[in-house]
Every structure is written in C-alpha cells, then in structure tokens.
Design a protein around this ligand. Structure first.
Ligand code: FPP
Length: 258
C-alpha cells in the first residue's frame, strides 16, 4: 500500500497533473500514438487509487486541451472515444471507491455521446468523499477566465472569492475551486500549457522526465514527498511552523479554498 507522506490532520492536497508523453512513449516502443494514449489511460486508475493515501483530496488531470483540437482528426476522434470508454468503464469503480468524478472544460464542442457519458459518470459518483477526481477535457484556463469575466455585469465588481465561484461555474467544476498545491508535468517538458492558471498561483511545480504511461503510484508518492520537502512561503517570510499562513476568508474546506 502507498504510505502517506503528509502529517496526520494535514489539509488534503490539490494535486494537478499534465499527463504528457504518451506519443513519445509509443514511438520509443515502436507503437502508434493511439496505443500510447491507451497506455496513458491505463495508467490513471492506479494513480487515482493511490491518491487518498498520499494525502490528496483533489486530483486534477489534464486530458485534452482546447488547443488539442489542432491535432489530426483521427487522433482527436480516437482521444474522444477513449475518454467516453474510460468514463463508461470507471464510473462504477469511482462510485464504489468514494471517488467523485467531475469533468472540467467546455461541453458545447464535445460529441453528444461523450456528454451523456460525462453526465452519467458525474451523477453516479456525486456522493464520493474520498477524492475529487477532475478530468479536464476541452479545457483552457484562459478561456475559463475569460468566460468568468464575461459573466459579470458592468455594475458588479468581482472579489477573489466571487470570481473563483464564477470560474468554477465556467469550468463545470461541480464544487468550489481549491488552490493547486502541487502541479506535476510528466514527459520532460517544462511548461503549464494553459492548465489551471488561476488555481496554481502558489503551486509548487514538478517537471518529471518520465512519460505518462510509465507513471505509477510510487511516482505519485515520491512527488508528494518532494512537495513536503519544499518550503512554501506564499509571499510571506519563514518560519510559520510548517503550516501555511491563515488565508482570510478560507473555510476549513477539504483542500485550501481560493
Ligand atoms: C499528451 O501526450 C497527452 C494527451 C494530449 C492526451 C492525454 C490523454 C491520456 C493520458 C489518455 C487518456 C485519458 C483519459 C482521461 C482516458 P502527447 O500525445 O502530447 O505526447 P507527446 O508529447 O509525447 O507527443
């Protein structure tokens, strides 16, 4: 079993992962890119199962960015079909294991069969409390921020909290947004690719050379252990006793609210 590296009673973490490197993994193994994506899908359940034991309360996975529509049609179709297959296969398991599943991103450009699978998976798992698993499909952080901004009428002035609520609505987040504590990108590239820009203001960043299909529960545990060794100052000065400074307005929610 994966052992938690967090202290007992610590606030559950929000960990975000940019699951990169499927294509290069496949090429290295002499396989097609679509095989790489299928291998990437197979890596997800083990990581999800390990997450609560690593002290993670919210796990956000980047599966398909709004810019990924620019890939060849065959690859896009293959990915969309894979997401649908994954949701149809994993929803019952998520429910059984107390995992709440939400899909963040736009819905209006997805095939209706995928939208139905999203709706069914979200409904089936809505009571899950062990972990909130958020999978980003047709997601753009800048797009969500723009959409949230558009929802304000000329008269109202956003606060940080009200804007985060508007952003959660724009994303179909299904729950209040929480700050990302640790953002991991696999695949060896060092960039954010328009993922959770608002939520990651003080995220610790970890770029790993390992391709996503090879990422395991052990890698997740090591990533969280690395996170616990980082000194987080949130723009203040150390020491503050190992716990983040009190954020005015933060409720004792599962993960740190924004
Ligand atoms: C990036 O690798 C990965 C993607 C664009 C798709 C992510 C999809 C998965 C991990 C599998 C399916 C997910 C679910 C939720 C079922 P890349 O293709 O850009 O790899 P490369 O950079 O090596 O070419």
């Amino acid at each position: 079993m994966v052992q938690s590296t967090l202290k007992d009673g610590a606030t559950p973490l929000h960990v975000a992962i940019i699951m990169d490197g499927n294509g290069r993994w496949a090429t290295r193994h002499g396989l097609s890119r679509s095989f790489g994506h299928r291998a990437g899908a197979r890596a997800i359940p083990g990581v999800v199962r390990a997450a609560p034991n690593c002290g993670i309360g919210t796990l956000s996975l980047f599966a398909f960015s709004a810019d990924n529509w620019g890939r060849p049609c065959a690859e896009v179709d293959e990915l969309l079909a894979l997401f649908q297959h994954f949701l149809e296969g994993e929803a019952a398991r998520c429910r059984a294991e107390g995992v709440r599943l939400s899909i963040i991103g736009r819905r209006d450009r997805l095939p209706s069969s995928l939208c139905r699978a999203i709706h069914a998976a979200e409904q089936q798992s809505v009571d899950g409390r062990a972990l909130h698993l958020r999978i980003a499909i047709d997601y753009s952080s800048r797009g969500s921020i723009l959409e949230a901004a558009r929802s304000y009428s000329g008269a109202s002035v956003p606060t940080s909290a009200s804007f985060a609520a508007a952003l959660a609505r724009a994303d179909h987040s299904g729950a209040p947004l929480t700050a990302v504590d640790l953002l991991i990108r696999t695949g060896g590239e060092h960039r954010l690719s328009d993922f959770l820009l608002w939520e990651s203001a003080y995220a610790e960043l970890l770029f790993l050379p390992i391709a996503w299909p090879d990422f395991t529960d052990k890698d997740l545990t090591e990533a969280v252990a690395e996170f616990t060794r980082r000194e987080r100052r949130f723009g203040a000065l150390p020491p503050f006793g190992g716990t983040p400074p009190r954020i005015p307005g933060a409720q004792g929610a599962a993960c740190r609210s924004i």
